[in-house]
Design a protein around this ligand. Structure first.
Ligand code: ADP
Ligand code: MG
Length: 242
């Protein structure tokens, strides 16, 4: 579903990604972790072409990002993305947040988009809040709305970039629960997160990044199994967060 092939990216003279390669198959859940500044957000933004890269390619569900002529807005509409800061439209109601892109990008009718939005709000446990504005919801609720908004576009994959790290601790689980449910339903997911409980529960694989490189890319059981078998950098990181 996602094939990252030898991706290299520079910000000016600074090489932020070096020879990154991995594959995410349909239905797989891959957790990406690593120290701050290691390039996790940059890599995940490259997957939905929010950031350009200079070398290599990323193929999403058969569509090459590097190929000339690829319709990047169309590709982006099929890749759901959830950020650390929910980035809901503050002046729109919750249900309007869920319908605007369906109407403007996918050309759905207002009725169809609203029906879909309400169904997804129900699924994340927020049906009662449809006509409120984002500012009236807690951080955890807003992040669940952001997930529902991404799902409203019928994405083929979902990307998460530290979706719980801006939340108060008591709100982390309500967001992780929605993500676990998605994973169990077979959604293909790439999640940057340091929530190792989540990784242990639903990840198929764990990628560890350091200084712009994928240092470890292994099955979850292997990653958490014998920590002494991990690279030195991964051990240092795991010792801090586990
Ligand atoms: P992570 O998500 O792992 O914390 P990032 O992908 O955000 O790491 O950043 C990787 C590196 O790239 C960092 O050193 C960061 O300072 C740098 N960086 C990120 N965005 C930019 C940018 N727009 N311009 C220049 N450097 C950037
Ligand atoms: Mg980041």
């Amino acid at each position: 579903m996602i094939s990252i092939q030898n991706v290299n990216k520079w910000y000016g003279d600074f090489q932020v990604l070096t020879d990154c390669s991995t594959e995410v198959t349909k239905g797989e859940v891959v957790v990406v972790c690593g120290p701050s500044g290691s390039g996790k957000s940059t890599l995940i933004k490259c997957v939905n072409a929010l950031e350009a890269f200079q070398k290599g390619d990323i193929v999403v569900d058969g569509t090459s990002i590097a190929a000339k002529g690829t319709n990047l807005p169309k590709l982006r509409s099929r890749v759901g993305m959830v950020f650390q800061h929910f980035e809901l439209f503050p002046h729109l109601t919750i249900v309007e947040n869920l319908t605007i892109a369906q109407i403007k990008v996918l050309g759905r009718s207002k009725e169809e988009a609203t029906a879909k939005g309400l169904k997804l709000l129900d699924r994340v446990g927020l049906a009662a809040h449809a006509h409120k504005h984002p500012g009236q919801l807690s951080g955890g609720q807003q992040q669940r709305v952001a997930i529902a908004r991404a799902l409203a576009m019928d994405p083929v994959v979902m990307l998460f970039d530290e979706p719980t790290s801006a939340l108060d601790p008591e709100m982390v689980n309500e967001v992780l629960d929605v993500m676990v449910q998605l994973a169990n339903e077979g959604m293909t997911m790439m999640c940057v997160t340091h929530e190792m409980g989540f990784a242990r529960k639903v990840a198929d694989r764990v990628i560890f990044m350091d200084r712009g490189q994928i240092v470890e890319d292994c099955a979850k059981d292997e990653f958490f199994g014998d920590i002494n078998a991990r690279s030195e950098r991964a051990q240092q990181f795991l010792n801090k967060i586990l």
